[in-house]
Write a protein that binds this ligand. Structure first.
Ligand SMILES: Cc1cc2nc3c(=O)[nH]c(=O)nc-3n(C[C@H](O)[C@H](O)[C@H](O)COP(=O)(O)OP(=O)(O)OC[C@H]3O[C@@H](n4cnc5c(N)ncnc54)[C@H](O)[C@@H]3O)c2cc1C
Length: 322
């Protein structure tokens, strides 16, 4: 790890003042479960780390209108044990419970989950976010069993965030604050597919802190994850759904797949197949089929199509209580 200086910020003003105009100037330190391993492996080498865990206003979960506000430094454990989250947003509770190591759940934060870097091994070996060598993709012809089946341009990594798909499906918004002011971004627009090897995969700028997430009141919502094992791993495919019901029929739906693309993948075609209908096992399977239409698997990851299809079916049945 390269040498770095350390700022232990106790106010947001102090934190934003310590950030810089480029990623090499400074980085935010929250739980440290991702940034420290990236620094040890020389994937990133910020000159300064800005600890935000002691900034009171970045913590806490509270009511916001008919929805919730979740502070960026809320840990996975706090999120998982919050009664309001469990009652209003089971999809988020189910997503956070999937993050299976108690150590990670104790240290990792909600803001850090959204800002964590891809787990693509080519990225972690220093080949950039697109996994390239001499301008050519290492992913296409290489080991790609965990990569995207819905690539976006040259981006074949998958977004690592377990909370991302649930937050996108719920229509959450993310607040970003710099010394110059603040802005809010839809969770769906926070995740971006970079087309340059050095670009970031989120809409955050180097001088910004993600301070909070607000979630409007949800409908019937659920997340279903498929994992290879129950510990120390990321999901292979997930589906998060949020349904607005009129009696027994679906009047609006949001279906978002995770770990299948560089951003949470919005399955718009599948949503259309639900509107005006009553959810049954057969309909849920048909919607699962629609959700994976257009998938473009790589040489080793076609198996993810079936996992994603089943994840959609099970998330729908769970949300509808069928
Ligand atoms: C063994 C293992 C298993 C895991 N399994 C899963 C899993 O199943 N699902 C999953 O989603 N994740 C998983 N993770 C990843 C884990 O969730 C992340 O490492 C964690 O969420 C990062 O949060 P943190 O607070 O530790 O962030 P840090 O490591 O402190 O920071 C991570 C990145 O986000 C930036 N950052 C953090 N907070 C902010 C903020 N508020 N504003 C601006 N930038 C910020 C940092 O600068 C850094 O770039 C796993 C990790 C490990 C090691």
């Amino acid at each position: 790890m390269n040498q770095f200086s350390y700022v232990n910020a106790t106010t947001l003003k102090e934190a934003t003042a310590a950030l810089g105009s480029s990623w090499s100037d400074a980085a935010v330190l929250a739980g440290g479960t991702d940034i420290l391993s990236l620094m040890k492996d020389y994937v990133v080498s910020p000159a300064r780390l800005v600890n935000i865990k002691n900034i009171k206003e970045l913590g806490g979960i509270s009511k916001s209108g008919s929805g919730l506000r979740i502070g960026a430094t809320v840990t996975f454990d706090e999120l998982a044990s919050n009664a309001m989250v469990r009652q209003m947003f089971p999809s988020l509770s189910q997503a956070v419970m999937g993050v299976t190591s108690p150590q990670i759940r104790n240290m990792g934060t909600v803001g850090g989950d959204l800002c964590q870097r891809p787990r693509c091994w080519y990225f972690r070996l220093g080949h950039g976010v697109l996994g390239q060598k001499d301008g050519k993709s290492l992913v296409a012809e290489g080991e790609n069993k965990y990569h995207a089946i819905f690539p976006e341009g040259a981006a074949h990594f998958v977004s690592a965030s377990s909370l991302g798909p649930a937050l996108v499906a719920l229509g959450a918004r993310v607040k970003l604050v710099s010394a110059a002011g603040s802005r809010e971004v839809d969770a769906g627009k926070f995740f971006v597919a970079p087309q340059s090897n050095l670009a970031r995969e989120i809409a955050l700028l180097p001088n910004e802190v993600l301070t909070e997430i607000t979630i409007p009141a949800g409908g019937k919502n659920a997340t279903y994850e498929v994992r290879q094992k129950d510990a120390l791993d990321w999901p292979l495919a997930t589906a998060s759904v949020n349904l607005t019901m009129k009696g027994n029929t679906v009047s609006a739906a949001s279906i978002v797949l995770g770990h299948v693309g560089p951003t949470p993948y919005h399955a718009a075609g599948a949503e259309k197949a639900l509107i005006g209908k009553t959810i049954t096992a057969d309909l849920a399977m048909a919607v699962g089929d629609a959700a994976v239409q257009g998938a473009k698997p790589l040489s080793q990851n076609a198996y993810k199509i079936q996992l994603a299809r089943v994840a959609v079916k099970r998330a729908l049945l769970q949300a509808a209580g069928v």
